[in-house]
Design a protein around this ligand. Sequence first.
Ligand SMILES: [Zn+2]
Length: 209
Amino acid sequence: MRLRLDEARARLTLTYPRRMSRRVALEWAGRQREWVEGQLAQLLPGEPLCPGATIPLEGRTVRLYWEEALPRAPLLSGDQLSCGGPAAAFAGRVERFLRGLARVRLSEATALVAERAGVTVRSVSVGDASSRWGSCSASGAIRFNWRLILAPPHLLDWVVAHEVAHRRHMDHGPAFRTLEAQLYGGSVSAARAELRALGPRLKRVGRAL
Ligand SMILES: [Zn+2]
């Protein structure tokens, strides 16, 4: 039997063998209360995308603003992201805008780094994988987590350098690490540590719980 906490979605999952009764499994889960409470205590609060909230964006702090009469397409101006239309659609519009911005920034950065590395990239897409910031397939399709747009730009640059370096080396060996450091141009270990520390918060942005 296994209890697992999905931190990004604040969801607890109980897995038990098919032949075991649900009652026995739930009794077992009930005895894991101490573990569950410990996990929940560490969970960061959700940061829903609602008017008045502030979110991290490309190393800045941006305030979300809503006024029904404003255009429905979100507009980023200075440190304010404003959007009009029905209040119920606000969070969805803002998230789609952020995902779109992430796709643009990540595509631009990937094209630049790929050119410097002398490699080709077949496609760049964004998603919301909970465990990885980026991935690169053998055929050259690179996929990023859209939440990188919430991080300071140098962290986005590091993940881009990492995935582009995989276009030459599909492992994490010495040759890969040398190319990754060269393409990034900064301290890879510092960037990795920074993103690891910041990651849990970035994954809570746009979550209600
Ligand atoms: Zn890798």
